[in-house]
Design a protein around this ligand. Structure first.
Ligand SMILES: NC(=O)c1ccc[n+]([C@@H]2O[C@H](COP(=O)([O-])OP(=O)(O)OC[C@H]3O[C@@H](n4cnc5c(N)ncnc54)[C@H](OP(=O)(O)O)[C@@H]3O)[C@@H](O)[C@H]2O)c1
Length: 236
């Protein structure tokens, strides 16, 4: 199974939000292992700078909530003719406010990015995922199972995303994982802790060996903390 991660044939991943943070680190790791990657982000300059002219990257600038953009992702997968991994990683932190004070439009916006977009994108890509016996991966958060004051909007979206991912897995016979990556030194984390020195948080690259363990196919469908997954070494 670990050999499967290094297979010479061209496995294909869709990773939303691949221009920065965890999405970029995962995309780079899979590219090193010979995969092809279809990825997106809203800022075209940062997205294209992340993968300058890489022959196995399809980088599509757009908002994951946009149906036409989702069609473009679907068309890229259709060109490959297979999908081995679908990662719902792009995410919106939303308002850091007590739920009693959250304006409904801001709550809706977070649900659109973190929940509705993953559902509709999965619906588009599911036939490929099933045919390739692929893996559905939702990037979750400890906030999905904790109840931190002012995190309620984001937390509710992540709890619902977990449910969505794992139910899609059960309904369709695909392996599905909801994974809490843990704190990471990224723009989103800095936005959650404005003005705080986050230099003690691990870089997103440190999470990747744990995510790769899921690609081995050994773990049953379920929710995991990345730190609890045995890291896959660079030579495996
Ligand atoms: N960082 C942490 O401590 C932490 C902890 C627990 C869970 N997580 C989860 O880990 C995942 C990755 O987070 P991160 O910290 O790596 O975030 P990040 O560094 O802020 O990167 C987010 C990526 O997603 C893209 N993106 C955001 N909204 C998008 C949209 N609507 N459409 C398309 N692309 C979009 C961003 O590019 P554009 O802005 O150009 O669109 C960027 O490429 C998220 O699901 C997050 O909830 C993070």
């Amino acid at each position: 199974m670990l050999a499967a991660m290094n297979r010479s044939h061209n496995e294909v991943a869709v990773i939303t939000g691949g221009s920065a943070g965890l999405g970029l680190a995962l995309a780079e790791s899979l590219l090193e292992r010979g995969w092809s990657v279809v990825t997106d982000a809203r800022d075209p300059d940062r997205l294209h700078a992340a993968f300058p002219d890489h022959p196995r990257v399809t980088s599509l600038a757009g908002d994951v909530r946009d149906p036409e953009h989702q069609d473009a992702i679907g068309a890229a997968v259709a060109r490959h003719g297979r999908l081995d991994l679908l990662v719902h990683n792009a995410s919106e932190l939303g308002p850091m406010l007590p739920l009693a004070e959250v304006p409904e439009p801001l709550f809706t916006s977070v649900l659109e990015t973190n929940l509705l977009a993953p559902l509709s994108l999965t619906q588009r890509l599911l036939p490929y995922l099933i045919a390739s016996r692929g893996i559905l991966l939702g990037i979750s958060s400890d906030a999905a199972v904790e109840h931190y004051p002012t995190w309620g909007t984001y937390a509710a979206s992540k709890a619902a995303l977990d449910h969505l991912i794992l139910t899609l897995g059960e309904e369709n016979g695909v392996r599905a994982y909801a994974v809490d990556p843990g704190d990471m030194r990224t723009a989103m984390h800095q936005a959650a802790f404005p003005g705080e020195d986050i230099s003690d948080r691990p870089l997103p690259e440190s999470v990747i060996p744990h995510l790769l363990e899921l690609l081995s196919g050994v773990q049953p469908t379920g929710r995991y903390r990345a730190a609890d997954l045995a890291p896959v070494g660079a030579n495996r």
